[in-house]
Structure formats: C-alpha cells, structure tokens
Design a protein around this ligand. Sequence first.
Ligand code: ZN
Length: 1028
Amino acid sequence: MSQQGYVATPPYSQAQLGMGGHPGGFGGPPSQPVYGHYGGPPQPFPIPPGGTQHGILGIHKGPVSAPSAMPQPPASSHYGSSVQQNGSYTQGFPPPPAASSSFGQVPQSPYQNIAPQATPSTHQLTNQISNMQISGYGQGPMPTPQSPSRSAPQQPFHSAPPHLMAQTPTAPGPQSPSMGSPLPLGGPPPMGGMMPAPMGGPAFHQLQGQGTPQGYPQPPAAGPYGGQLAGPQPGFPGSFPGGAAQMAGPPQKKLDPDSIPSTTQVIEDDQAKRGGQIYATNLRGQIPPLVTSNFTVQDQGNASPRFMRCTTYTFPCTSDLAKQCQVPLGTVIKPFATIPKNETPLYVVNHGETGPIRCNRCKAYMCPFMQFIDGGRRFQCAFCSCINEVPVFYFQHLDHMGRRMDLYERPELSLGSYEFIATLDYCKNNKPPNPPAYIFMIDVSYTNIKSGLVKLLCEELKTLLEKLPREEGVESSAVRVGFVTYNKILHFYNVKSALAQPQMMVVSDVAEMFVPLQDGFLVNYQESRAVIHNLLDQIPDMFADTNESETVFAPIIQAGVEAFKAAECSGKLFIFHSSIPTAEAPGKLKNRDDRKLFNTEKEKTLFQPLKGVYEQLCKDCVAQGCCVDLFLFPSQYLDLATMGDVPTHTGGSVYKYSNFQAEVDGTHFLNDLRKDVEKPIGFDAIMRVRTSTGFRATDFFGAIHMNNTTDVEMAAVDCDNALTVEFKHDDTLNEETGAFIQCALLYTTVGGQRRLRVHNLSLNCSSQLSELYKSCETDTLINFFAKSAYRAMLNQPLKNIREILVNQTAHMLACYRKNCASPSAASQLILPDAMKVFPVYMNSLMKTPAMVGSPEISTDERVLQRLCVMAMGVEETQVLLYPCLIPLQNMDVSSSVLPGAVRCSEERLSDNGMFLLENGRLLFLWLGQACPSELIQSLFNVPSFAHLPEELNSLPELDNPQSKKVHAIISAISERRTNRMKLLIVKQKDRPEILFRQHLVEDKGLHGGASYMDFLCYVHREVRQLLT
Ligand SMILES: [Zn+2]
C-alpha cells in the first residue's frame, strides 16, 4: 500500500513547508506522485508560548458525551443597543443564484464512436464478488443499531456495529459465525433473501431473474451503446493498480444490486429521522443532518452547517492516529451561504472605536469559546490560551456558573456566527471603502452579434440593472455601473446623467491599457438611467454590420482593474465573450488543444493555465478586489484553462453556452445572468482560519488566491463560493477541551461597509478511531477529495490521482476494519456506517468527465467542470456525484411531495417509464419508448411516443394535472439548486440519450470507469491486501 498522496501547488500560492509539491508549468513532472499526504516529515510550527491546556472552557468542559447544552438564547430583541440586525438576508433576496453553465453541452461528434473499450483489464474485479460478502444495506434486513451515546468512549473492537457485507462464496446457507453476532436486531434474518444464486457469465451485473428490479431490456450488443452492459468490465483508462493476479477465482455469483449500500436510502433515512426538525447548534462535535435533508438551524453557539461542514466531527487526538486512518481532517466553509427565510440572519455587532475585541496574542475574535475569569476582568483565549484583560467598556459580572450576565445580549458570546463592524484599521489605507462597482464588458465581434446575444443582453440589462444588490433597508443600490464594448479594440462609454447622449471613447492601443475617462464611466444607475438605456438601445445597432471576428481578452480585464483603481473601489467585471483571443495584444492565445494527450503523462498540460500575463492579472485583480465573471459563447475551443484562470482566482464564475443561439439558449443564459447579478456578495475579502492549539489549517482549496500560507484572499465571495480547508496536527489534542475552529472573513459589503464575518465551530477529540469514523460525513469527505483531486490534475497524471484515490479509500476502510469493527471473516467487506456510501461517491468522482479523458468530451468542457468543482460547497458536490433520479410514471398528481428518488442505474429505468435526472447543473427528462400514450399526451400534447418531434427542446405547460405536476416538480428541484438548470429532453435509444446515461453513476462509465459493484469488489480486494 502506497503511503503516497498527492498535492498540487495552486498556481499562485506558495508551496507550503514540508509539502513537497512541485511547481506547475510545463516542465517534466516527477514520475511518481509527490508529497506524502500522510506520513510526510513533520512540519515546523511555532507553538504559541505559555498557556495551559486545562480549564480553558467552562462551557464545554466535561465529558463529550454530555456536553452542557447552552440554553437557548432569548429572542433577538434582547440584544443590546450595540447590536443591530444584519438585514442582508432578511428579505428580498432572490432565489439562490446560478453559478455556471452545464457540463453537458451536446457533443459535436457522432455518438457511434462511443463504443466502449472492451479491455478486460479489470475483468478480475468481477471475481472479487465471490469473495465479498454483502448484506445489510438498502432494503437489507440488518439496520444498524444506534449507539446509545455517540460520544461515549468505546472499546476499539466493540464500538461501531459493523456493516457486514455478507454472502457466502458458494451457496446460500447458514451465515458464518462472525456475521450475525453484533446484530441482534429483529426483522428478517440477516441473510434472508440476500443470497445470490451462482451465475455463469463473467459479468455478474447482468442481472436476471429474482433480485433484479423492473427489467430494463438489455440493448443488443451491437446497438449504439452496445456492450455497455455485457462483457468484461473495462478498467479506468489508466487502469487500476494491481495486476491480473486475481483472474482466477471461485465461480461467479449473481448479486442483488439492492444489497449494496444505497445513497438514496441513506438520504431517505436521514430525511425521515431529522427532516423537518430544528437543528440547534449547542453541542460540541455534533453531527448535522445531511445536506439533502430539510431542517431548520438554530444557532446556539456553533456555526450553522450551512456555513461550515466537517469531514469528521471528532478529530483524532494524535497525528499518529490521523495518519493511521488517513481520513482527511477538513472543513468546507461557505461564508456567505444563503440562509432560509425562517432562520435568523446574522447579527452585526459594533464594539465601537476600538474595533472588535480580540485575543492579544493570536488575534482570534471574541466568541462563545472564550472563557471569562477573575470575576469577569479577564478572559482566556480558547485558541491560544493567552489571558487577556477585558476592556473597561466591555466588563460584565459573571454569574454563579462563571458566565457573563450579558451572555445572551451579545451575539459574539452566544452565537456561532455573527458580524462585526470593522474600524478603519481594517480598511485599505485606513480609509472607508467606496461601494463596489459592476462593469459590463460586451464582446461585439461578429459571433456575438450574429447569435443574437448582444441584442438579447442589452435588452435584458435595462431591467436587470434595477435589481443590483443593495444593503437592507436602503432605497437603491450603491453599486455603480459602467459599460465597455470590445472586439480588437475597446470602447468605453461616458454615461454621466447630465449627458443627453452617451459618449464613446475608443482605445485601440491595447498593449498599455488605460481608462480614457474617469468622470462619467462608473455611475449610479438610477441617476443615469436614461443615458444608459439610450446606450443599451444603440449598442446592437452600432455593431450590427460588423465583420470583426478577432477579439482581445487580457486587456479588457486590465481595463477593469484600472477603472477600479482610479475609482478606488472593488467590484465585478461581467464579461460576455465569444472566442479565443487571437488579436495582437497581451494575453493573446492560440489553439493548444490536443486530444491525443488524453490519458497520457502530458494530459495535465491541457488543464494548466498559461502563465505570464494571466498570472499577473490574477494578482492585480485580487489586490484591487476585482472579481471576474465570465460568460462564454464559444463555437470552438477557446483555451478555457487559461481564460478561466482569472475568474477562478477572484471568486468569480465561469458560464459556457456552446454554439449559443438566442432563441434556443437565451432563457437559460438570462436565468443564469439574473441570478449572478442579484447574488448576495462581499468584496475585497480576506479570510483567516484560526484553530485551537494542537492542529492548524495547512491547505486550502477553492476559487481563491494566496500570497502566503495563512491568508485566503478573494476579490469577491458570494453565497455559492465554498472553500475547503485541510487541518493537520502539530501537537496532541485534548479530549476534554476539544478542538475549536474560527473562520474570520473581512470584506466590503455591497453598500461599501467594511465588516468582519465570524464563524465558530467546536469539535470533539478522541483517542478512539471508532469515534472519528462514527462522526464522519461522507458528503463533506467527497467534497474534500473532489477538490484535492481536481487541483492535483494540474500537476499529476490522472492515472496517478485515481490510484491514490483508490488507495486512500482502501486505507480508510482497512483501518476501520482493523481498529473499529468486530472481528469477522476477511471475506466480508465492512464499511463504517457513516461512510457506507462513500465508495459510490468516490467511484463516481473518478468517472467524472474531468477525470476520464474521452474523445466525446472536449477539453474546455473538462476544464469547466474542474473550475466549477473547485468552488463548490458540499450540497453541490453531493448531487453532482450522485444525481437525483426521479421516476414520474407513477407520480401522485394530488400529492405535494416529490416522488422518491431511485438509484442511479439503468436497472431502475423501464421502457414504460419516464424519469427526471438532475445533478445540480443539468436536468434531464428521459422518456421510455413504451411510455404510456396518455402520459405523453398530457405532457407534450401529441398522441404517443412515436409522434414526438425529432428535436424536443422544451416541455410545454399544459392545462392538465400531469403537466402541472411535472412542472411543479421541476421548479421545486430548481429552487433548491444554486444553478439555473437547462432542461434536456431525451428519448430512450435516441442519440442524446448518451448524455443522460453518463450520469447513471452506479453503472460502468461510458468513457471508462468501473460500475459501483465492481468498484466495491476492487476496494475490497485492496482492503484485504492491506490487512494481510
Ligand atoms: Zn489567542
């Protein structure tokens, strides 16, 4: 088992000490994965002097199993006069905004090329099944007994009731002694009905007969997707580690696909158990409901899971334990996450001229974890243990419990999340910031004119500009606006309110970009509305006859930065761009796409941005607080890896609409744009993650920029941006005191106020690995792995990354097996309850288009997915990697509840069915060939499936219960997603179906990658090897 991990040095951050990453660029890479994720050399860390480990916290002191619950804070009116309601979220915010366009633009190439590689490289995997024992999942008969006290110390071998995957290798029969013993539950006998019958073929997933759900007819082997179901399993293109030594094995067994852990079941169970309930954050190390469940958060001292989620809520006490289990310790932070209307928005605290109260030594902000002592005259820092004087104005007596009397009048003493008004010390040049500005930069070259984009956009802006984000309670937005059009040259517009007509100023020297006007370029929309509308009316006509097809790109970003500099503000550029910038100018690009590099050592170069001009632009943008949102309308390759570099280092988004046609794609684009413009957002942000002693943040993944190893800089951060942080030990953690994390984000509001947003979270610590495994959160873990793998793509061959992912999966499971599970036969695959669906997510991650080179998916499309995932939160990666598949054929039109989802496998489809599938970015409506005519009639107003038109672009809204129900389901799904999804309607056996089918993540990948079942077998084999 390799101890190797991987890491990619983020393009503009310093490599961290002891992390051996190698620089990006095109130089020859090391042939081996670099950097030991675990087991690397100890990293130097300055341990703050002084301070004791004991007695730091009265509130959270004591055994983990019975943390003293913080009493519920009183109603908000009890807050003192220094507190104001932060109204930013109280009302009027639009539905969650869009982040970017679909991954799955219809490929240009014919589908016939998709015949799978029938390499038998992992044929052997199928044999594993006979050595693997499966039971107890899904509809399985062995529910996990709930541990009475999640946090009570447990003995290593009797802690978590193992999930046995039971199946005797040869025949159904009495279970082996190890199987049933820890599961004294009622219900069907543990093995009942689970025993697969022997089957002849090498592909065990050719399921037939009992145990197979509604049969989805196997397509003929020679059909368009022939071989997808039959034949040996192709491995990943790079093949798994391990050889063909496992080819020989016992006879194949047929497995019930219901018997392997089911994501939909896990989601349903959590919703049933915790959905509709209030989740109060008063306990340390508390595991929140899943992201898929509906719950209401009540902040009682820890940040809401909407802001912070952890890979595990119990950290191991020592680095040795952490290395042993290889479970990454991390948190995913979404600092501006949207808060539902029924939850309390953040309070804003004003500590006056002195600014927020902080620890003198580590600079942590006042929070519920600080311990007041000495009659309230001093407080001990929960992060560094330093004892600080309480400023006179902040003094308060303590009650008999040692708590301040004003505890519940002060958000910073009783809540997990709140904001401080920042003083001038926190502002650039000690000056209060100006409100941010938005500049709309429109490529008016031939392509964008001809597609109808420019006209559509200019028309839309007239209404959209009315909805610029504003501070709560303020009449109009303080955000100023400016306009630039460009092709090879730039046109700036003076839209000062005093003008009768807008004025254009042309800059044709793009080498030394400057902004030709200051006064009148960035204006208040309300004041200049007439001039701006005049301009927006004129633009489409001005360029209607253009023949110019060349564009520049870097100079327009430079122009934006210069404009913000001149106006001394931060802000956002909205760039609407069509083509690879080939005009003579800084940042000129050329086509460097080469699909021959797919699945080779050099594949990574396709994902690497070009350095030089763009690297400098990133720095300039971040320094100025200039966020870049990029809307792309390409008809061919445009080097998205380089063009997307600035957006993804400035907290911006990238949207891509291939072969854009205003009539067809206009709605989707406008929906995205509206969401984006209206998004809650903060500018010129800098974030610091502080931790209590014993561990620290060592790595950061996201749409961020780092000039040093601790400060995360974001030109802007909006409600969808999420940052993933990894922690490592530098000392031993204390079970009694636990572990604290404080994330502090300094930023400028849309109204131009400088604020500090603080999120605090307390975790448990344990010397028992079983506690760690019990507290894991699969959805957060997979977010961590997705981001770390997607970043590693810049520096390492995908084959290495996939190997490392598999190895680490096996390692985590083997460690659990060895240290936490009851003794059992080696032939059983045992998964921790909290991670039982981790393998399906991991396998799905390795099959994503970014990770699997396929001639069908363009380089830009893969790059886009990589860029988008880097900024995703836990909800987004969850549904991306395990899409939601909803059967519609039997929907209850009278019910307001969404039909339950089914497993993402074609086993679940049926000829006479109709299904919705969504992954947060794409929404499919799949129609079976034998779909009932009545249903087709109700939804499409044609008599039957055969009458459906060739091209189905939209779902009409018809006046009948079925149509209304389907539209209601679609809008319910869309509401909960950050993106506006485009609906794609696919007919069974039609060519575009391939797009749909690649999201059936339990099946073998269309472009390589194992089925879920095969992957489990493979991992099981790896686990067994590790245990011998
Ligand atoms: Zn401190």
